[in-house]
Design a protein around this ligand. Sequence first.
Ligand code: KIV
Length: 262
Amino acid sequence: MSTNPKVTVATFRKRKAAGEKISMLTVYDAPTASICHAAGVDSLLVGDSLAMTVLGYKNTLPLTMEEALHHTRAVRRGAPDAFVVFDMPFMSYQADDAEALRNAGRAMKEAGADAVKLEGGAEVAPLIAKLVRSGIPVLAHLGLLPQHIMTAGGYRQTGKTPEDAARLLDDARKVEEAGAFATVLECMPADVGRMITENIGIPTIGIGSGPDCDGQVQVLNDLLGLFEEFTPKHARRYAELGRIFREAVTRYADDVKTGAFK
Ligand code: KIV
């Protein structure tokens, strides 16, 4: 059990004001949620990266509400006291606001999430405002938007031109005005990550956006070396569990084959 004080949306605000960093990791199941929370990670994101890291899809688009809810319930069981964010799957919030509200409500009521995350800037600000007015805390997500890879033509870094950097700052201000309690900044140059962080009042949680964001988020499977399809440039490897895992099960299989397993 973590001895850390309970994290809430107020913690995010206080941390930014105090200049204290915020850690976030993606998790998808009960045992890893329990370990990450006990280790002192501030917040757990049931990211839609679940689609690729655990469910074997090629990208995040196929993930369904039911799949995301199922894994969020497991995370909540594993870490009853953690601050858990539910990542809204592709097409669970884009079609209309009423459906978005119902789906975000399900994340909180049926899976025990503390907040939801959704991708986009100015265009989703009115929806963020509606969710927040309904009592649903929202983590925004700007920059590289994995749910937009088809329209973007792939995974592309954003903010490389002054115009694009200015658009990202405008988006960040819009989601802040709409009531988001923080925003993810994914894959933008470090100076753009810093510029946005310095010019908005809510915390920025960076992934591949430089060291000056108010916090950092990583995909657990990248961090542990468990996702071997490819390694995103921004991923930091803290362990090579994929290799260790493979060696262990190979030894087991060999032992059974040779009769050495008793
Ligand atoms: O789904 C996910 O893992 C995410 C992080 C990259 C922020 O959205």
